[in-house]
Design a protein. Sequence first.
Length: 209
Amino acid sequence: MGHAPVTVLHVPSIRNKDQIREACLDAARLSIIDLGWRRTTLTEVARRAGVSRMTLYRSWADMGALLGDLLRREWSELIRQENAYGIETREQFVASIVAVTRAMRRSELFRRVIELDPHLMLPYLLERRGSAQDHLLAGYVATITACQQTGQVRAGDPAAMARSLLLTGTGFLLSMRVMADDGVTEDALDAEFAHILNRTLTPDETRPQ
């Protein structure tokens, strides 16, 4: 039985530091999709990116560090695609959280990690926050603070509120495959997710009784 073809990037020979970094992240993404995490090494990433291993080691000490940056970039790109920057209202904020969470569930990279190497998510759930999570939290805090100033979000510590939103979203990100079925669809659960977020953020005096 033949092996699946391995994707190798075709990159220009002269690149600046940012281009090299992006090429390495692109190579890591393709390698994980092609081979899975277990068979992806820094050596393999360097080969696909057309750089030396030493070049890679200058930015990432190991594959774990590279994965953190790769997931952060994946989140950032999905946020951009879902027009989740420059949000001005609570409704936009809730819609963007649901949309980005759904897009991440459907990301080819994320699906591949969950299917083949779900243990990679455990450190970010049980031991420490990753750069992708911190990136999201910073955006949540900024949006909550801005919406509080216009009276659209209830009073409270923006940092604690942001972390609560991320904790809630983590369940809808990681456990949707377990909870969605013919009886309760993914769309129905996402609608409940939006309802939970709205109820959490709406000021008490304007909340429907």
